[in-house]
Design a protein around this ligand. Structure first.
Ligand code: GMT
Length: 410
């Protein structure tokens, strides 16, 4: 191990107290490389840790969408899943576990941090078991993000593996109190779950609106309404269009839809049905959300469930009030009537009414904007990253104790 060296003492207890850090930790991050919230969060976390000097090894099947630019401390390991005529379903989980074994050994990883339980927690468990047989121990942290518990994870097809692999993790984190509670409700969890909220880099989302961009989108000074998601059923894209229709009838506005996914066609056909095609733009997947949120007047998130709602937090950092449903972890970020409003799932009249209340009066609108930004500051990256670092250190300490008990590790 080259992360910590030990100042020798009389006994192992003393030695433990006097360990000193001499080089940065090597951390493996496993995530989905897509634009989805868990992948975005894992990538932003890795990049922030790399800026702090940690060596970060991303292990996934494609370059993560938000992983742009060059950093001397960031490494990327692609999981290859060879096909074979016998495989109707190529075994990604086995390929990932094998890649993890290889990456841990060859890069002396100190811990694995996996995001989204399925299949990352079970692949990491398998890798850890294989490495242990070779007298190497690598602690595993599993961060639960939402649908890995509340939707897919609960499905009987996956539930036993999800519960087992979560329990086998050395540490478990959830992105909101609500998700923590949902996890305890859904599975027999035998360990503590630590809540570490999603975060946002408020400096990055502090952009001045680009006037030319705003003029192109809203030439007659209309309000700009935005929704961003992966267009899955859970996001209730049809409600987005219905809410927008009502807002637009009261206050002239434009709708920007960011992202893409299986329900896009629903949005398109509703736009045609309501004759809204001229004022609704499908922007597709976007990298620079800070530029879009700089011209956003209101963010809509009428989801069936959101464990946290990272997109809402990013919008708030760009000074946009949020109208959302009162579900999951959203009440942990939105304060009713101050920085946004939450209403009932599917109640498009209520949700549109809230949006109109915010937008119709300039001073109310300004107040909501200021409050949204203030709220986002509470979730700034500088406040959340240290919580992960503390967890890493705690696990690493445990790992050192383990090492001292005579288990041969490296
Ligand atoms: O929202 C999605 O469908 C994407 C999903 C994911 O796992 O990529 O996002 C989940 O994780 C985000 C980051 O922790 C949370 O902010 C989202 O609220 C959560 N989505 C749901 O719970 C539906």
């Amino acid at each position: 191990m080259d992360v910590y060296s030990f100042v020798s003492g009389e006994n192992s207890y003393l030695r433990l107290i006097f360990y000193v850090k001499i080089s940065p930790m090597n951390i493996g991050i496993v995530c989905y490389p897509t634009f989805g919230g868990s992948g975005v969060l894992a990538t932003e976390l890795g990049m922030a840790l790399a800026d702090k000097g940690y060596n970060i090894h991303f292990v996934t099947y494609r370059q993560p969408a938000r992983l742009t630019g060059f950093s001397a401390n960031i490494f990327y390991h692609e999981v290859r899943v060879p096909t074979y005529p016998l495989f109707e379903y190529p075994p990604y989980e086995s390929a990932l576990a094998s890649t993890l074994v290889d990456v841990v050994k060859n890069n002396k990883l100190d811990l694995l941090h996996v995001h989204y339980a399925i299949p990352h927690a079970s692949a990491a468990y398998m890798a850890r078991q294989i490495l242990q047989k070779e007298n190497k121990y690598v602690p595993v942290i599993t961060t639960l993000h939402g649908t890995d518990i509340t939707l897919v994870g609960r499905d009987k097809t996956y539930a036993p593996v999800v519960a087992f692999s979560i329990n086998q993790s050395d540490a478990i984190t959830a992105v909101s109190n609500n998700l923590k509670e949902e996890t305890f409700r859904s599975f027999k969890i035998e360990k503590e779950i630590e809540v570490i909220y999603n975060f946002v880099d408020v400096q990055r989302f502090n952009k001045k609106p680009i006037d030319a961009f705003r003029k192109v989108i809203a030439p007659n000074n209309e309000r700009i309404i935005v929704h961003a998601s992966n267009f899955r059923k859970i996001k209730r894209i049809d409600d987005v269009i219905r809410i927008y229709k009502r807002i637009n009838e009261a206050i002239p506005s434009q709708l920007l839809l960011v992202g893409d996914g299986p329900e896009r066609h629903v949005a398109e056909s509703l736009c045609r049905e309501f004759d809204l095609c001229e004022s609704v733009r499908f922007l597709g997947k976007q990298q620079n959300m800070e530029e879009i949120f700089a011209i956003t007047d209101l963010f809509l998130l009428p989801s069936e469930y959101e464990s946290f709602g990272l997109s809402a937090l990013e919008a708030m950092a760009g000074r946009s009030p949020v109208v959302a449903t009162n579900v999951g972890g959203l009440p942990e970020i939105i304060t009713q009537g101050e920085d946004g409003f939450m209403g009932k799932v599917g109640d498009v009249d209520q949700l549109a009414g809230y949006a109109i209340d915010i937008l119709k009066n300039e001073s109310t609108f300004e107040r909501f904007k200021i409050n949204a930004r203030k709220k986002a500051e509470k979730f700034d990256i500088s406040r959340i990253i240290p919580q992960y670092e503390k967890l890493y250190e705690r696990l690493y300490e445990g790992y050192c104790k383990h090492k001292m008990k005579g288990v041969k590790i490296d």
